[in-house]
Ligand binder design. Structure first.
Ligand SMILES: [Zn+2]
Length: 214
């Protein structure tokens, strides 16, 4: 419990995949061979903004890229990304049963998508990017209680009287909503109490000491 707060701070500092330009093998290879005229990528998500001409070969991709800084000034970097062909598991008869994967220049792992980070292309992990879905916050217990009150057409505040049964709601449905609201409100109160107790003078030193035992 006590470790949750610093973890959230660290998460907020992480960078998201959606903020960085990327390239996937599907953009460069089709049906087991390189696309003859692969796309000229210009990606204005950023940082960094990237303009890249990619030429797909059987065993590597030639990349000529301009990375633009905050003021739009380009820095050119030419490099190659190694490509190998992997058997497609569970799909033995699809297009010869192999598909291309990129080698990450940093860890040499194989991936179908790489990201333009630090003037080159690397995998999501080496680029230290996380998926936006990993940051979707679950509603708090208090928010869940408030949500139920709003559904009933009442005030969201848990201090307001519980809203009366809306027309069209059966007695049973209303009762279920009331019990759920009571459960979430109770949990919110218990949580508020335990946080309050942890911050009381004299108990502060005890909590970390107890946590260190396990
Ligand atoms: Zn990597």
């Amino acid at each position: 419990m006590t470790g949750q707060r610093p973890q959230r701070t660290r998460r907020e500092q992480t960078r998201l995949t959606s903020d960085y330009p990327s390239v996937s093998t599907g953009q460069l290879y089709r049906q087991g061979r390189p696309i003859e005229q692969p796309p000229l990528l210009f990606t204005d998500v950023g940082p960094p903004q990237v303009e890249a001409a990619l030429l797909a070969r059987a065993d590597h991709v030639e990349c000529r890229a301009f990375f633009h800084d905050d003021r739009g000034r380009p820095t050119r970097n030419d490099f190659t990304v190694d490509v190998t062909w992997r058997a497609i598991e569970n799909l033995p008869d699809a297009g010869g049963g192999v598909r291309p994967v990129f080698h990450c220049c940093s860890c040499d792992g194989t991936f179908r998508t790489l990201f333009f980070v630090g003037m080159t292309l690397m995998c999501r992990k080496c680029a230290r990017l996380t998926y936006p879905s990993q940051h979707r916050r679950r509603p708090s217990t208090l928010e869940r209680a408030e949500e139920i009150r709003l559904q009933l057409g009442g005030e969201p505040s848990v201090w307001a009287p519980f809203p009366p049964r809306p027309s069209g709601w059966s007695e049973e449905r209303y009762e279920r909503a009331r019990r759920r609201e009571e459960m979430w409100r109770h949990r919110a109160m218990m949580r508020a109490l335990s946080v309050g107790r942890r911050n009381l003078p004299g108990t502060r030193g005890e909590a970390p000491a107890a946590a260190r035992v396990d």
